[in-house]
Design a protein around this ligand. Structure first.
Ligand code: FAD
Ligand code: EPU
Length: 338
């Protein structure tokens, strides 16, 4: 196995941030990974890299960066309503979505065009357009970093929440996800109620609804709103949409009648962080090569040579101004590394 030293991580993060890894290696199998873990300097936890679309490097990584390239899509078994498919953590997510759509396996079409790899999908329970990965999640296999034992996690074990899982909290940096088994539906339950999907399908002239049509509608909407990382560096939404109590929301509505919020769990209201940020005047603001996207204020961008620190500092100023104006604390969604 090739272990490289002092490697630039710029090609490996969609923010396009320049940072260096002291040691860098790729693994395509569990045995390769176990070999690498024996090699690495004891004590230092390696940083596990997927597609690099949800991270911000704020400095160099002085230890190991291990890129997960475990592949494979295996149909395990099926029952009356479902098909169970085990996918290697290193498979590209959108390729897997296309694989499902071409076979008419339903459940992931609303999650089309989310960048990154399969192994990261449970990390923050990826979500978009009215769907979350937990709805099609069956189980995952992960290797414990301390003793290289392999553990199976059920949906309950993962403690999924909005952009949350046990792997971002209790088990942060403790496991490497090797594979994810998804439970796809043989009969689609179309989900077109979220946002502009219905409108987009109408505009597309769709008469017979299908998962392929929904996927295309989601792709069209995403392309119209979100910057393409191949053109301009970004990691999607930089912050989570914050939840507040409905009484607090009512108070805010009196002061800010245009505030955008959606019913959340229980008594909570989920506010559109993009609206809060826009109201603070950040939308389209550029500081050097760091900026707040002109079409979607929730997305921070790198126009070319911004450092991770510059993006982070911008995010901190945004966070503070939203706190000052609305009394609402934003939480970063992107994983800050180093
Ligand atoms: P990485 O960025 O490589 O890693 C993310 C985190 O997971 C890191 O902490 C890393 O250490 C850890 N990790 C990765 N793989 C493993 C593994 N195998 N085992 C253990 N830890 C691992 N997200 C959404 O939820 N919804 C969206 O709609 C959405 N839209 C986006 C749009 C754009 C344009 C971009 C750039 C990003 C968007 N994202 C969205 C965020 C991102 O695409 C997802 O979070 C994605 O799942 C990250 O996958 P990745 O492989 O790139 O992870
Ligand atoms: N809005 C503004 N100004 C902005 C941006 C948004 O006022 O600059 C308001 C608008 O009222 C808009 C509302 O916010 O209607 C919601 O915006 P949008 O539909 O773009 O969704 P979002 O809440 O900003 C979330 C996810 C996205 C996901 C979309 C679609 C989070 C943190 N973000 O964005 O996920 O794709 O919904 O479901 O939950 C990501 O996680 O990286 C990501 C892109």
């Amino acid at each position: 196995m090739l272990i490289q030293e002092n490697i630039s991580l710029r090609p490996f993060n969609t923010m396009g941030i320049e940072a260096r890894a002291r040691y860098f290696a790729r693994f395509g199998s569990v045995s390769d990974l176990q070999e690498l873990l024996k090699e690495r300097i004891k004590g230092a936890s390696p940083f596990i890299l997927g597609g690099g679309s949800n991270i911000l490097f704020t400095g160099d990584v002085n230890g190991w960066v291990l890129k997960n390239e475990i592949g494979g899509i295996d149909e395990l078994y099926e029952d009356k309503n479902h098909i169970y498919v085990k996918v290697g953590a290193g498979e590209n997510w959108q390729s897997f979505v296309e694989h499902c759509i071409s076979r008419n396996w339903a459940g992931v079409e609303n999650l089309s065009l989310i960048p990154g790899n399969v192994g990261a999908t449970p990390m923050q329970n990826i979500g978009a357009y009215g769907a979350e990965i937990k709805e099609v999640f069956q189980e995952l296999e992960a290797l414990h970093l301390e003793d290289s034992t392999i553990h199976t996690f059920s949906v309950n074990d993962c403690e999924f929440g909005y952009r949350e899982s046990v792997f971002k909290r209790k088990y942060k940096d403790r496991f490497i996800i090797l594979s994810v088994t998804y439970r796809l539906n043989k009969t689609p339950q179309f989900n077109t109620s979220y946002g502009a999907i219905g409108q987009e399908l109408e505009g597309m002239g769709v008469k017979d609804l299908s998962i392929a049509a929904i996927s295309q509608a989601v792709i069209n909407i995403r392309r119209s709103k979100l910057p393409d990382p191949a053109v301009i560096g970004n990691a999607g939404s930089f912050f989570k949409n914050p939840s507040i109590s409905s009484s607090r929301n009512k108070q805010l509505q009196q002061r800010f009648p245009g505030i955008v919020g959606y019913p959340g769990a229980g008594d909570l209201v989920k506010l559109a962080a993009g609206w809060l940020i826009e109201q603070c005047g950040w939308k389209g603001v550029r500081r050097g090569d760091a900026g707040c996207h002109a079409k979607q204020a929730l997305v921070l961008v790198n126009y070319g040579n911004a450092s991770g620190k510059e993006i982070y500092d911008l995010s901190e100023d945004i966070l503070q101004s939203v706190k000052q104006k609305f009394g609402v604390e934003l939480e970063r969604e992107v994983n800050i590394v180093v």
